[in-house]
Design a protein around this ligand. Sequence first.
Ligand code: HEC
Ligand code: HEC
Length: 217
Amino acid sequence: MLKLNWRLALASAALCSSVVQAQGVVADGQQVAMKGDGSGAPCLACHGMDGAGNNAAGFPKLAGLDADYIAKQIRDYNAGTRVSGVMQPNVDNLTEQQILDVSAYYASLPSPDTAVEAEASLLASGKVLATRGDWDHYIPACESCHGPDSQGMGASFPALAGQHPTYIKQQLNAWRNGSRHNDPNQLMTGVAERLTEQQIEAVAAYLGSLSAKAGGQ
Ligand code: HEC
Ligand code: HEC
């Protein structure tokens, strides 16, 4: 009887701590965004307090991205499967709880409208790629993984709609040159290496011209 209770207590304690851990606390995450990891620059210096990022500088928008996706990316920088000399020094001192907190914070923010204008013909060819793909070159539609209107699908497939074109181009090139190799089953590497320079330009312009869905998650 005693043994059974002990096991039950242990099991429920493990369950509770994993629930708390998996969530992250938005208010604590806000502090991390303002203060940074203690050794690097605060997140808001580049990503903004509202998580809007900056197209010209190539700082991604974080607002409204899935919390588990954000947390995975931070761990990937620290593991070296995603390489960025600008980004990695700012997150290498975060604890696992701080990673969860700051991810919850940015995920909770509504995505600011940052839509960038582009030439109509460029947008049109980008739209074909995003919604139908280019089957002559074995390129599936971006939507087929990134969800309807490229608004994202759960933790694995990030939203692309409303992300900055400069950043999207940088990431496609990062997969082509191997500095980002953190994608499960090389799903993105396979796509990126088949795209032409023109297709990268067009699809980045199209995705950057869209609005992200309203509201954080
Ligand atoms: C000095 C500017 C700078 C600071 C400060 C900074 N970042 Fe970044 N961040 C970047 C850049 C540049 C990238 C894109 C790097 C790349 O090409 O992978 C990035 C990428 C990211 C990504 C990947 C987004 C995605 O869509 O995959 C996350 C998550 C992130 N940063 C979180 C943070 C957090 C959390 C902090 C604070 C603890 C922080 N960053 C501080 C510049 C910065
Ligand atoms: C077969 C599935 C699949 C298809 C098709 C696909 N992607 Fe992805 N994509 C992924 C996965 C998985 C990730 C996240 C990888 C990771 O965990 O870092 C991703 C991530 C990305 C990112 C990084 C976003 C960020 O916030 O850092 C960009 C940019 C991207 N994809 C662009 C595209 C474009 C453009 C297309 C269409 C031409 C496309 N993807 C088609 C699976 C796919």
